[in-house]
Design a protein around this ligand. Structure first.
Ligand code: SAM
Length: 261
């Protein structure tokens, strides 16, 4: 949805700070992507809006309203936020009417500075939410996943297959950005030194393919490894962790360190 955030997390799963270009994809384009996703998927457990920082996205209410047209095709529509900013009041109305759920990342009082206000507003408007605590001793999910340094690992085909089987992002989620459907956020981030072949993602708006052909291609992609698996630790639920939401200090993140477009 965007590559823009209010935080600069060193270990962000979406690699947001490492993007050279800060982009908000347009409302019209995101709506088209939503339409395309629900042509491929009959039903999903949850459909998430996330960034970057979701609440920075312009016309978010319009996007949520659009997604709610597909409410028979998902169990829950989630908005993920870091509680650093508050949404416009109109968003609460839309969310209330559509039973939208908020997933709040609580990164501690120095970062998630609007947490209390956001919770109070959600409660006032009768909107359900959960708060994932990512600070202190008892962190949600035991803390953030360490995806590694993205150096080439030279894994064999067998090792890659095994890694894809163990990676939570592989097969369990689908990620959409800029008209494409990816297996995982690492692939989606287009890290410059990691190859991304056209048979490893779905071009959602490829008019030369039927929906059936797209679904067939996606099923094949979902079940196996992609080139990025040879550069990534994987989302291993029993794997190493890193400090959640650890921030770059002002001036610490240089342009040379940004390895995404
Ligand atoms: C990339 S954030 C984007 C949405 C919003 N800015 C936020 O912080 O919630 C989406 C989700 O990914 C989680 N996340 C980010 N980096 C992660 C990592 N390295 N391992 C596991 N979860 C991560 C966040 O806690 C959040 O729940």
């Amino acid at each position: 949805m965007n590559t823009v955030c209010t935080l600069k997390c060193k270990h962000c799963i979406a690699l947001t700070p490492y993007h050279n270009t800060k982009i908000y994809f347009s409302t019209a384009d995101i709506k088209k992507d939503i339409d395309a996703v629900f042509r491929l998927y009959e039903y999903v457990g949850h459909f998430d809006f996330e960034g970057g920082e979701t609440l920075l996205q312009p016309e978010l209410s319009e996007l949520i309203t659009h997604a709610l047209k597909y409410r028979s095709q998902f169990k829950q529509l989630n908005i993920l936020t870091n509680a650093t900013i508050l949404p416009p009041l109109e968003l609460f109305e839309v969310c209330k009417s559509g039973n939208v759920f908020f997933v709040i990342g609580d990164y501690g009082e120095k970062l998630s500075v609007k947490l209390n206000e956001l919770q109070a507003l959600l409660e006032k408007h009768g909107i359900n939410y959960r708060c994932d605590v990512y600070h202190g001793d008892k962190q949600y999910y035991n803390g953030w996943i360490d995806f590694g340094d993205f150096k080439y690992k030279n894994l064999s085909a067998e090792q890659l297959k095994d890694k894809a089987c163990r990676c939570y992002q592989s097969g369990n989620v689908a990620r959409t950005m800029n008209g494409k459907l990816y297996k995982c956020t690492i692939q989606m981030a287009h890290i410059k030194h990691i190859p991304l072949k056209s048979d490893e993602y779905i071009d959602l708006h490829d008019a030369s393919k039927t929906t059936e052909e797209q679904i067939k291609k996606w099923q094949k992609i979902r079940s196996g490894p992609v080139a990025a698996c040879n550069y990534c630790n994987g989302f291993l639920t029993d794997g190493p962790r890193v400090p959640a939401a650890e921030q770059f200090a002002p001036g610490e993140l240089t342009d040379e360190m940004k390895f995404c477009p």
